[in-house]
Design a binder for this molecule. Sequence first.
Ligand code: FES
Ligand code: FES
Length: 168
Amino acid sequence: MQIVVNNQMFEGEWDVRMSLLDLLRDQLQLTGTKKGCNQGACGACTVLVDGERINACLALAVQYDGRSVTTIEGIGTKDSLHQLQSAFLEHDGFQCGYCTPGQVCSAIAMASEFERGMPSVVTSNLTTGAAALDSEEVRERMSGNLCRCGAYNGIVAAIVQTYGSDSE
Ligand code: FES
Ligand code: FES
């Protein structure tokens, strides 16, 4: 199979039973994407596939033959952080940092979903969509990404500063 990861083409004959997460971490040595629960419950393994967020632990790598994947290694660099990564630093949006790659990838796609008018459970007007990406919307839309350290206040503040608005 062939797969593009962070704009680089990789080709190989990998076990068809291998998850996308294991392909990224064990075969391509892209260990920025984390394995938390390995069963779709924590969001630590969130990556972007053609701009959409997915849990890489629940996906078979072979399903993504020919697709374009972006991992945390493809979002900003140490010397040139993505603005959301800078906001995480500014707001102490992490403690151990284990959930952070997934949080960042998820938030980028979440902001795109919001821009396209996708409602969430807390959106009151399903016709017009949410008026603002405030902390309530962010908390709901990011609820699939757990933080064992409980850095949620900083995470939400960083995301709202980057993509949203908040009246609080
Ligand atoms: Fe994939 Fe937890 S490791 S959701
Ligand atoms: Fe430790 Fe989120 S910062 S799990």
